[in-house]
Design a protein around this ligand. Structure first.
Ligand SMILES: Nc1ncnc2c1ncn2[C@@H]1O[C@H](COP(=O)(O)OP(=O)(O)OP(=O)(O)O)[C@@H](O)[C@H]1O
Length: 284
């Protein structure tokens, strides 16, 4: 079970003076159970790439398939996408529009043609998952909430679709550190509890390093690195060429190593780094 892109190229505004090829000859397979983070400098093609994973964009050339179904081949392809792929866009709270939080989260499942009971069960599950107490929030207007809470409602609306592939394009953009941590904790929880694939576009290297099982680095419309976080962050020269920084923890460990400390510079979390630094200092 996978989403597969074969030789996908996408050109915006072809045959005009504004023509721009945003992704070039991309070959990529993402399987259920993976947590894939897509990183890269501004304009490297991340959003264009993920908008192919749910059929919003149709490749200029090449093909996209989900669980073996060609997205642009069959008539029922759109239905397959709707039922399997959930997409959280940048600033998803801008897409809230119903009068109550309940109605907003119920909107997607209703559109899937589910029974009232099933819609209700999904709304309750999604709200519980997003940390929104049902009795306190269901009948409130989403527009009375803080920015972080509005985003949780918007994400709950996508989670209520119970997608098998969940795509999140910069889900923490514009949030303060606390809001950002909460959103990432929820995403991690969802990933750990279910066998879905998560595809996350993010600029935050620490979150990416902590959560992802696989990192894809985009550079100028192409995939320049693809591997585990350890493997990718172990390629500082290629990362630099792609305009991407290593996580601060990895950078710190690298510097301590060049200063002669016997240290593992492939660690990605603060806790791992602290334990390793204490051990290295004890050896001196
Ligand atoms: N609607 C559009 N019309 C024309 N060109 C576009 C459009 N959207 C994106 N582009 C161009 O395609 C290229 C890739 O853009 P894309 O948004 O996919 O990059 P990105 O890596 O997601 O960037 P960011 O990190 O800033 O969101 C850029 O050069 C961008 O200017």
């Amino acid at each position: 079970m996978s989403i597969e892109l074969k030789n996908v190229t996408y050109t915006y505004m072809p045959k005009t003076p504004f023509e721009r090829t945003a992704i070039k000859q991309i070959n990529l397979k993402i399987c259920k159970g993976e947590f894939v983070a897509i990183i890269g400098h501004t304009g490297s093609g991340k959003s264009t790439l993920v908008q192919h994973l749910n059929g919003i964009l149709k490749p200029t050339s090449g093909s996209v398939s989900i669980d073996g179904i060609d997205l642009h081949g069959k008539k029922d392809a759109a239905k397959t996408v709707r039922s399997k792929v959930g997409m959280v866009f940048q600033y998803p709270e801008h897409q809230l529009f119903e009068e109550t939080i309940y109605a907003d989260i119920a909107f997607g499942p209703k559109n899937l043609g589910l029974s009232t009971e099933e819609v209700d069960a999904r709304v309750r599950r999604a709200m519980a998952f997003a940390g929104l107490d049902f009795s306190a929030y269901a009948e409130r207007s989403p527009f009375q909430l803080s920015g972080g809470q509005m985003r949780r409602v918007a994400i709950a609306g996508v989670i209520a679709l119970e997608p098998e592939y969940l795509i999140l394009d910069e889900p923490s953009a514009g949030l303060d550190p606390r809001g950002r941590d909460e959103i990432f904790q929820e995403i991690a929880k969802l990933y750990q509890r279910s066998g879905i694939a998560v595809i996350l576009v993010s600029h935050n290297m620490e979150d990416v390093a902590k959560l992802a099982t696989r990192l894809i680095v985009m550079n100028d419309g192409q995939i320049s690195l693809d591997g585990t976080p350890q493997a990718v962050f172990g390629e500082p020269d290629k990362l630099k060429a792609a305009g991407v920084d290593v996580p601060p923890v990895t950078a710190l460990l690298g510097k301590l190593k060049t200063r002669g400390l016997n240290i593992n510079d492939q660690l990605l979390t603060v806790d791992e780094a602290v334990a390793n630094i204490i051990q290295a200092l004890g050896e001196r």
